[in-house]
Write a protein that binds this ligand. Sequence first.
Ligand code: KG4
Ligand code: ZN
Length: 342
Amino acid sequence: MNVLILETTCDETAAALVTDTLQVRGAVVASQQRLHERFGGVVPEIASRAHVERILPVVDETLRQAGASLADVDAVAVANTPGLAGSLLVGLSAAKALCLALGKPLVAVNHLQAHVYACRIAAGRDVFPCVALVVSGGHTCLFRCRDPLHFQLLGNTIDDAAGEAFDKVASMLGLPFPGGPAVQRVAEQGNPRAYAFPRPMLHASGGLDFSFSGLKTAVRYQIAGAGEDLDAARQRLAPQTIADIAASFQEAVIDVLVAKSMAALRQCGDRILCVGGGVAANRPFRQRLEQQAAQQGIQLYIPPLSLCTDNAVMGAIALERLRAGLTEPLDLDAYPGPMRAV
Ligand code: KG4
Ligand code: ZN
């Protein structure tokens, strides 16, 4: 059995053809990074128009890679939540049209659950039950996952997502978009203890929720004093100061993400941690997680970089839904967000 998976939640147009034994026969990601970088962030209208242009060529290329044709597709899966409304609608419309034309079932994919399932795919074996942390540009969520079909939301960001904070701090420091990889690169030359930025909501009353906007504001005031122009102040920063700010900011985010994940594991009595989403591509974050997991006897699953950032392969969680008989009618809607209870 082959499932064709479409992913258009944000600014990557992606498709994959995956078998019921999780063999990836074809996978394509068309990045829109070059279209958005001069704006310093994703422009939703540009993203949805680019998805319209790319979705069919991306499907064609995926099938070509797999040496397959549409006749070999047994079901079509699509991420319909959460994401940008216009972007979600492109993938959803394409998936529905394919289902109608081929007479095959439609399967809905929750993009955040798919980020967790990337761990299952990369591990090549069961990772459930587990605690899962999803850290992406739009979300910072902790889940308790009983199995691939039952996710309970334990904690969420109350303002900015971790990736969003990376992107905004990068922009304040004059670094290119997307900010995460740029901050990581510059931070390699910096001292993570140069500035004592806040570790938001680490106190017990913060529970398992996250907040990154205060940290972002602290970085802003480190660059420029109150009433001072940010751009002018940045021009005066020495490269070493930029590196030190980047490293100290990154260290604060890592401290919070790791501490909350460990707290969630304790709270749930679990020993398996799955981590997914674009920020999970961050090298010092991965190293710290590995260190902590080894120290505390936690089994850690983080996918390779290509399965951390947005891709369609992770949507193979659709196979779990298909096996459970969870297919959708063709009037399935897109749910941009926020994170829906699952
Ligand atoms: O999961 P993803 O590809 O898309 C969303 O679903 O949002 O995540 C994108 C986010 C961006 O904010 C980007 O800056 C961040 O992941 N990111 C990183 C790194 N690579 C990507 N953040 C920190 N370090 C990285 N190496
Ligand atoms: Zn994502």
